[in-house]
Design a protein around this ligand. Structure first.
Ligand code: GLN
Length: 532
C-alpha cells in the first residue's frame, strides 16, 4: 500500500488535546494492523524545545536517538509503543536552518530564497519523510502545533494545502475545534467551529473530518448543523467529550467511527472493528484501581505538564499494581528541615524530579534525607538522583560542603561532576549526553530484580553532570551502591541503598520509555513497594 498522510490541525483555542487525538488515531490504525508513525510540527523558531523552560511548553521529551522534542511525542509513544526519532519532531527553526544552510552552501545560486516555495517545499519534504524512505509506513500522521490563524503557522498550512492537492485521496485532513457551553444561555455554541473551518477554507484547505472538543454531549442535531455549515459528512463529525482518563479517548473515537471515517475517505475497505483486547484490559484495570496511594513529586515546576512523563509513568504503574497513584506536587523551594515531616505526612513514596540549576535543590536534598532516614520509598531521577548522592555525602560521608559542579564549580567535594566530554562545550542547544545508552546491572541488586533480572538495559539520558567515580569506594563502603554502570564510559547510572525498602536513583530518564501496554519496570517496582 502507498503511504497515506493524515494532517491534524487545531482551531478556536489551544490545549484541546490535539496530541491525544493524533495518538488515538495512530493507536486505532495500528490496531487494524497498519504500520504508523506520528510526527509533530511546531511553529516556533527554537531548533528544538531543549533550550525551553518547562513553563513554556511543558516537559522536554527525549527520543531514543537523542532528540529533545515536544511532549506530544510522549503521548505518541505511550499510546502506540512506537519509537519516535529526530524525524518526528520538527520546528520552524529547523526548517529555516536547513534552507539557510543550503543557501550558504550555494545550492540555490542565483535564486531569491522565499517562504513560498523554499520554506514550504522543505516543510513538504519533511511531512513526506523524504529522509526516511526505507520506513515502509502505511500511515504518517502529522500534527501541526498552534492554532489556525496564527501568523507563524501559515507556511505549514500552505504546505498541507499543496500536499493535499498533490496526494489526492492519499491525504486526509482532521481538524480539531472547540464547542463552548454558555452557562447563562444553557447552550452549546458551534459558531467558533464554523469560523475556524472558514479560516481553514480561506487557506484553501477543506477539512475532511471534524473532531469537536466539548464538555457536554452534543446531540445529532448539533453535529448535523456543524456538518452542513462546514461541508463535512455527518459521520465525519465526531465529538471528544471530557473523559475520566486520556486513555479512554481511543475507544471513544473508535465507537464514533473516527478510524472508519478516515479509511473511507481514503478509499480503503473498512473491515471489522478491532477488539483492542490489551488496551481494553488496561482500561478495565484502570476503572477498578480504586485504592489510593499518595506519591509526592518533589520538584520546582508547579505545572501539570512540566513532569508529564513522570506523572503518566506513575499513573500507569499504579493501574498495573491495582492502585490509584494520587500525585501531590511538593514544591522543593518550600521544603525546610522544619516542615519536611509535615509536607511528607501520609506520603507513601516520593519521586525527586529532574531539573537544572540551583533553584529548589536544597529542598530536594532535605526531602531525600528525610525519606532515607525514615525509610520512605524514594525514586530519584537525573537531578533527583544527583541530589540523593549529594545528601548521602553531606550526611553520611561527612562532607558538609559536598555539591554538584553544576551548582558550584569550585566545590571541594564535587561528588557530582561535569562529564569529561562536556568540558569544552560552549553551545547550549542539543549538546548534552542525550538519548539511549547501555547500562549493565549488578546481579543481586534491587534494580536488577526490578528489571526482571536482566543484566543489560538501555535507557534515555539528558544530562551534563554525573556521579564522580573518585568517591565510588567511599559510597559503597557506607552503604550506597553503584548498581548500574555504562560499560563504554564507566559512568554510574544507578545508585541504591539495599538496606532500605526502596531507595534508588537513576541518572537516566525511565519515564520516557513507559507505555500504556508496557509500564516501566522501575516505576512498577517502586509503586509496588509504595502500595504495600
Ligand atoms: N542538571 C543535571 C545535569 O545536567 C540533571 C539534568 C536532568 O535532570 N535532566 O546533569
Amino acid at each position: 500500500m502507498n503511504t497515506k498522510y493524515i494532517f491534524v490541525t487545531g482551531g478556536v483555542v489551544s490545549s484541546l488535546g490535539k496530541g491525544i487525538i493524533s495518538a488515538s488515531i495512530g493507536k486505532l490504525l495500528q490496531a487494524r494492523g497498519y504500520k504508523v508513525t506520528i510526527q509533530k510540527f511546531d511553529p516556533y523558531i527554537n531548533i528544538d524545545p531543549g533550550t525551553l523552560n518547562p513553563y513554556e511548553h511543558g516537559e522536554c521529551y527525549v527520543t531514543e536517538d537523542g532528540m529533545e522534542t515536544d511532549l506530544d511525542l510522549g503521548h505518541y509513544e505511550r499510546f502506540t509503543g512506537i519509537h519516535t526519532t529526530r524525524h518526528n519532531s520538527i520546528t520552524t527553526g529547523r526548517i529555516y536552518k536547513t534552507v539557510i544552510d543550503r543557501e550558504r552552501r550555494g545550492d540555490y545560486l542565483g535564486k531569491t530564497i522565499q517562504v513560498v516555495p523554499h520554506i514550504t517545499d522543505e516543510i513538504k519534504r519533511r511531512m513526506l519523510r523524504e529522509d526516511e524512505k526505507g520506513e515502509d509506513l502505511d500511515f504518517v500522521i502529522t500534527e501541526v502545533g498552534g492554532t489556525i490563524g496564527d501568523i507563524e503557522s501559515a507556511p505549514f498550512m500552505e504546505a498541507i494545502r499543496q500536499l493535499r492537492w498533490q496526494l489526492g485521496r492519499n491525504a486526509v485532513c482532521v481538524h480539531l475545534t472547540y464547542v463552548p457551553y454558555l452557562k447563562a444561555a444553557d447552550e452549546l455554541k458551534t459558531k467558533p467551529t464554523q469560523h475556524s473551518v472558514k479560516e481553514l477554507q480561506g487557506m484553501g484547505i477543506q477539512p475532511d473530518i471534524l473532531v469537536l472538543r466539548t464538555e457536554r454531549h452534543l446531540d445529532d442535531s448539533m453535529r448535523l448543523k456543524v456538518a452542513s455549515f462546514c461541508n463535512v459528512d455527518l459521520e465525519c463529525v465526531v465529538q471528544s467529550e471530557d473523559m475520566p482518563s486520556i486513555y479512554e479517548v481511543p475507544v471513544s473515537m473508535q465507537h464514533q467511527g473516527l478510524d472508519a471515517a478516515i479509511l473511507r475517505k481514503i478509499g480503503i475497505p473498512v473491515g471489522e472493528t478491532p477488539a483492542m483486547k490489551p488496551w481494553n484490559n488496561f482500561l478495565e484495570k484502570q476503572r477498578n484501581a480504586k485504592r489510593e496511594i499518595h506519591i509526592g513529586l518533589v520538584g520546582k515546576y508547579d505545572l501539570q505538564d512540566a513532569y508529564k512523563s513522570i506523572r503518566e509513568s506513575l499513573n500507569l504503574a499504579g493501574i498495573y499494581n491495582d492502585v490509584k497513584a494520587k500525585i501531590h506536587f511538593i514544591n522543593s523551594e518550600e521544603i525546610t528541615s522544619e516542615n519536611v515531616a509535615e509536607k511528607l505526612k501520609d506520603i507513601a513514596g516520593i519521586v525527586v524530579c529532574p531539573g537544572f540549576g540551583q533553584r529548589g535543590i536544597e529542598g530536594k536534598i532535605i526531602a531525600a534525607e528525610y525519606t532515607r532516614t525514615h525509610d520512605i520509598p524514594t525514586f530519584g531521577i537525573c537531578l533527583g538522583m544527583q541530589m540523593m548522592v549529594i545528601e548521602f555525602a553531606r550526611n553520611v560521608l561527612g562532607y558538609k560542603d559536598a555539591n554538584s559542579a553544576e551548582m558550584n564549580p569550585d566545590t571541594p567535594h564535587n561528588v557530582i561532576d561535569i562529564m569529561e566530554e562536556q568540558k569544552n562545550i560552549t553551545q547550549m542547544g542539543g549538546t548534552m549526553r542525550l538519548g539511549a545508552y547501555e547500562c549493565e546491572l549488578v546481579e543481586g541488586s534491587r534494580a536488577w530484580e526490578a528489571y526482571n533480572v536482566q543484566c543489560s538495559i538501555k535507557e534515555r539520558h539528558r544530562h551534563r553532570y554525573e556521579f564522580n567515580n573518585k568517591y565510588k569506594k567511599e559510597y559503597e563502603a557506607a552503604g550506597m551502591k553503584c548498581v548500574g554502570i555504562n560499560p563504554a564510559a564507566d559512568l554510574v547510572e544507578i545508585v541504591e541503598i539495599p538496606e532500605k525498602k526502596w531507595y534508588i536513583g537513576a541518572q537516566f530518564h525511565p519515564e520516557y520509555s513507559s507505555t500504556v501496554l508496557h509500564p516501566h519496570p522501575l516505576f512498577m517496582d517502586f509503586i509496588k513497594t509504595c502500595s504495600k
